[in-house]
Each structure stands twice: as C-alpha cells, then as structure tokens.
Design a protein around this ligand. Structure first.
Ligand SMILES: Cc1cc2nc3c(=O)[nH]c(=O)nc-3n(C[C@H](O)[C@H](O)[C@H](O)COP(=O)(O)OP(=O)(O)OC[C@H]3O[C@@H](n4cnc5c(N)ncnc54)[C@H](O)[C@@H]3O)c2cc1C
Length: 295
C-alpha cells in the first residue's frame, strides 16, 4: 500500500517551520523528520495528513553542544541515531553510554535516517530514547510562535504515542543535565534490530561509599515508559560494598509494580519476569560503572 496523497513543504529556516506548523495544525499536518516511524504509518494509511512539513533541511536542529555548568549537553532534534552511535561530535566525549544506547535501535539504515527528536515525539513505549530521557532527568525543548519551553521528561510522555507537545510545537532538542557515566539500557527482543519486548534503563550515583540518585525506568510494559520510584528508594543509601541484596530487592519491586498487558509477543507474566531480570542486569552494570567514578 502507498500513502494517501499529501502536500509536501520543506521550510528553509526554523522560523519558517514554526509558522508553517502553526498555520497547518496537527489535524491536517505532520512534521517529517527521519520518516522511519511516520512513513510506515502513512503507507499503512493509519494516518492521512494533508500536509507533510519536512524539517530535514534545518541544520540548526542537528547541533550537539555542551550546555550548562554541570557538564551537560544539548542534542538537536534532528541528530540521527547513527551520529549518536558513532559519537561523531566532539561534544559527545564523556557521553559514551549514549552511543551504546543508539546501537540498540533498529538496523543501520534506520539509525542513519531516524532522529532522536522523532523518537521522543513518536513516543513508542518500548523505544530507547524515551527511557533514557526519564532516567537521566532530561528536559525536552519545544518551540512555537509563543517561544521556547522546556518540558521535564517525567511530564512529557502522556499515553500511547502521545506527548505533552502542543499541536503547534516543534521539538527542537533534548538537554542532558550531566554526563551519563552509569547509564545502562538492557533489553530483550526476539531478533537483533526489533523493538524491545521489554527494556530497562538504570542510573546509579554515589555519595562517599553509599548509593544515591538511583533511577530506574522500564519500557514495553504500559502505554508509556515508566519510572519506578518505589524501587529507586530501595537503593538510596545502601552501601556500595554490599549492593547486591538491594539490587535484587529493587528488581523484585519493579516486577511486582508493573502490570503489563499480554499480546502476541509476550504474556503479561512473561513481561513481568523480564522486567525483574533486565532491571537486575542493568543495575549490576550501573554499579560496576560506578566503581570507576570519583566519590
Ligand atoms: C524496522 C524498524 C525497527 C525499529 N526499531 C526501533 C528500535 O528498536 N528502537 C527505537 O527506538 N526505534 C525503532 N524504530 C523507530 C526509529 O527509531 C525511528 O527513527 C523513530 O521512532 C522516529 O524518528 P524519525 O526521525 O524517523 O521520525 P519520523 O518518522 O519522521 O516522525 C515520527 C513522529 O514524530 C513526529 N516528529 C518527528 N520529529 C518531530 C519534531 N522535531 N517535533 C515534533 N514532532 C516530530 C512526526 O510528526 C511523527 O508523528 C524502528 C523503526 C523501524 C522501521
């Protein structure tokens, strides 16, 4: 099947794109980034936008720059998964875990075209970047005629394929507040390159010889990616020299907290079991990474 007919607009600047998005509106128009999620949707005729606004030519949305005082980074919405995987920008030094995350996404042609902004805006609950945005306390930037606003990742994902973006807003980038030294994403998919059936992302911080700032999020278990604060609390303050019991308990709490649906890919019980196993693996890797960081 092929997409229903649409008008194709290619703005020459971000200002022009903002005007076009405001004029066309979300009912009639769609922003086209890498097209790796949108084009299949159009070809299956699951959406029939009258207008596509292609933002691929907007170089300013590809910028990857250091930002803020804490060693943070802002990645433009049109940065591709492949650029992040290869760590091609000097600003990505210190952000190697992002490269390992990008590597998990689809296949090479998908990573070459697909963008981080498209992934966040598409908001698939099993996608990697939304999970990462949650565990790294990221801020997502949106631009409209009213100006720029930052949206806390915790408030961004609202439902199945639905976000806090207003119909007239363009997602312009994502801010990572600090280098993600202990970020780990562990997932289970039937074949390499498939979307994960379940994915888990974790981060651990330290204060002296104790754990602090634990973050755990899982995908593929609900209509949005979810953080599990009940499990994060289990790890707060636990001694780093004897973290294993707390890791097991946190993983158990995650498995008990989620209530995933059953579908053709996996039953609810199987997904719960995967959550427990994948969270445990991710936390152990984060703990391992923590050993090399200064207290
Ligand atoms: C076979 C296959 C396997 C895949 N496997 C994975 C996987 O394992 N993990 C994973 O995360 N993804 C996977 N993907 C999806 C891929 O990562 C896409 O690149 C991503 O979901 C969307 O990015 P895009 O740039 O292609 O966006 P597009 O497809 O162009 O757009 C997606 C949606 O986001 C909106 N949008 C895009 N950019 C913006 C913006 N800047 N502002 C506002 N709205 C915007 C569009 O209007 C559209 O609704 C897979 C895709 C395929 C085809």
């Amino acid at each position: 099947m092929k997409a229903a007919p649409f008008a194709y607009l290619r703005p020459g600047s971000l200002d022009e794109a903002v005007e076009l998005v405001a004029e066309v509106g979300d009912d009639d128009g769609k922003i086209l980034a890498g097209g790796q999620s949108l084009l299949p949707v159009l070809n299956l005729r699951l959406a029939h936008p009258a207008v596509l606004i292609d933002i691929a030519g907007l170089g300013e949305l590809r910028a990857i720059e250091p930002h803020g005082t804490g060693g943070g980074l802002t990645v433009g919405a049109m940065a591709t998964h492949r650029v992040l995987e290869r760590g091609s920008s000097p600003a990505l030094a210190g952000f190697a875990p992002l490269s390992r995350v990008a590597e998990l996404i689809g296949h090479l042609p998908i990573r070459t075209r697909g963008t981080i902004g498209g992934s966040l805006a598409h908001a698939d609950s099993a996608a990697e970047w939304p999970l990462v945005a949650l565990v790294l306390d990221c801020t997502i930037h949106a631009l409209s005629r009213r100006g720029v606003r930052g949206i806390d990742a915790n408030d961004f994902f609202e439902g199945p394929f639905s976000t806090a973006l207003e119909p007239d807003e363009i997602l312009t980038g994502i801010h990572f507040p600090r280098p993600p030294h202990t970020l780990n994403v562990v997932e289970f998919a039937r074949r390499k390159g498939d979307f994960a059936i379940v994915a888990a992302a974790t981060v651990l911080g330290r204060r002296a010889d104790r754990c602090e700032h634990a973050r755990i999020a899982v995908g593929g278990v609900a209509s949005t990616p979810v953080r599990i604060p009940e499990a994060e609390k289990v790890l707060e303050g636990c001694p780093l020299s004897d973290v294993h019991p707390a890791v097991l308990e946190a993983a158990y709490v995650c498995g008990e907290t989620v209530d995933p649906p059953s579908d053709v890919h996996a039953s609810s019980a199987y997904r719960k079991r995967l959550v427990r196993v994948l969270v445990e693996r991710a936390l152990l890797r984060s703990h391992h990474d923590l050993e090399g960081t200064p207290s």
